[in-house]
Design a protein around this ligand. Structure first.
Ligand code: NAD
Ligand code: IPM
Ligand code: MN
Length: 355
């Protein structure tokens, strides 16, 4: 039996609550559909760990992680510690250190899920957002001078490289080519920003020539935000820089029913370093500890992980189980139905039973 070694970092807030159900669903599916064994190693790296050790992860933490095929991640962020520590010492460096340059974020309107937009049928929203994940507006280039004075200045430089743009655009075009609609939309703010106008668009125009069967267009991010709400059904594959991809995927999650359903994969396609799988949402301090978070974003992220591990049947098994539970509508967490009293565990149990 094939054994896959996976590191689990539950993190903070609802992270550890939802991630246990992702583990259960993935394990059940891997055994049933691919006869594969998943070996989980739980790492306690979190705000609690930081408060005890003065750092988010041990000195050899990054080295430790390279021994795993994949990382299943909950979320980090806690109101008692600045994001400068939690997010900036663990989440963002992970994406860069392991060169997880593809951040794949699907948005799908499942049957049984209420769409906040009028007259949308299941499947009307069906997009894959390819978010650049290692550079762009998130590049750690800049600084904060004279903090605490009236002369305080903060500068952060967007870094866009030809290589960085090309590899995310190619990944997105490859994905579009494999989808029935074969459509791609490239998002920039080219009318205002030089890296859009002068670089991203040049790369886009060069790369699209290699994919003549894909219908592609370029859209400004402000107009794209409007169309994500006005006519989300026109989008198939969407490719965007780090910040635009971040913002647009909370929006795509909301129009597809809930951020509690939004999954993501942070992929290093070369497999030289582990890839990381996490829900789009954060640690949700407002509902942490209440046992009411929707675990399906984490469960669907685990499905993306199974795909990455080559366990496609298991991945589909998890997605089918989620679709079945949502379509039946017997178990709904509060993000899906304000009047519901179902818990995170009720939803996790329902999915495992459906697998
Ligand atoms: P958030 O995604 O944690 O929460 C936004 C809203 O969505 C909240 O009302 C929350 O209750 C709700 N929500 C989120 N996930 C849900 C789920 N599974 N089920 C039901 N409701 C859900 O965003 P935020 O409040 O802006 O951020 C909180 C903290 O998390 C911050 O410290 C932030 O930096 C961090 N964060 C971390 C990650 C990550 O680790 N990948 C991602 C986003 C935010
Ligand atoms: C996400 C989060 C992170 C991001 C934050 C916590 C830095 O919002 O994964 O979507 O912006 O990438
Ligand atoms: Mn985000």
């Amino acid at each position: 039996m094939a054994v896959h070694k996976i590191a689990v970092i539950g993190g903070d807030g609802i992270g550890p609550e939802v991630i246990e159900h992702a583990i259960r669903a993935a394990e059940a599916a891997a055994r049933k559909y691919d006869g594969a064994e998943l070996q989980w190693t739980r790492l306690p790296w979190s705000t609690a760990y930081y408060k005890q050790h003065g750092r988010m992860l041990p000195a050899d933490g990054w080295e430790q992680l390279t021994a795993y095929e994949a990382i299943l991640f909950g979320a980090v962020g806690d109101p008692s510690v600045p994001d400068k520590v939690t997010v900036h010492e663990l989440l963002l460096p992970m994406r860069r250190k392991y060169d997880q340059y593809v951040n794949l974020r699907p948005a799908y309107l499942f049957a049984g899920v209420d769409c906040p937009l009028k007259n949308k049928k299941p499947g009307d929203i069906d997009m894959l957002v390819y978010r650049e994940n290692t550079e762009g507006e998130y590049a750690p280039v800049g600084g904060n001078l004279y903090p605490g004075t009236e002369n305080q200045i903060a500068v952060q430089t967007g870094v866009f490289t030809w290589k960085g743009c090309e590899r995310i655009l190619r990944a997105a075009f490859e994905a579009a080519q494999k989808r029935p609609r074969k459509k791609l939309t490239s998002i920039t703010k080219s009318n205002a920003q030089v890296y859009g106008l002068g670089l991203w668009d040049d790369v886009y125009n060069a790369v699209r020539k290699d994919y003549p069967d894909v219908t592609s267009n370029s859209l400004l991010v402000d107009a794209a935000a409007m169309d994500f709400v006005r006519q989300p059904e026109v989008f198939d594959v969407v490719v965007a820089s780090n910040l635009f991809g971040d913002i647009l995927t909370d929006l795509s999650a909301a129009v597809a029913g809930s951020i509690g359903l939004a999954s993501s994969a942070n992929i290093n396609p070369t497999k030289k370093f582990p890839s990381m799988f996490e829900p789009v949402h954060g640690s949700a301090p407002d509902i942490a500890g209440k046992g009411i978070a929707n675990p399906l974003a984490a469960v669907l992220s685990a499905a993306l992980m199974l795909d990455h591990l080559g366990l496609a049947k298991s991945a589909q098994g998890v997605r089918d189980a989620v679709a079945k539970v949502l379509a039946e509508g017997k178990v709904r967490t509060r993000d899906l139905d304000k009047t519901s009293t179902h818990t995170t565990t009720d939803m996790g149990d329902a999915v495992v039973a459906a697998v």
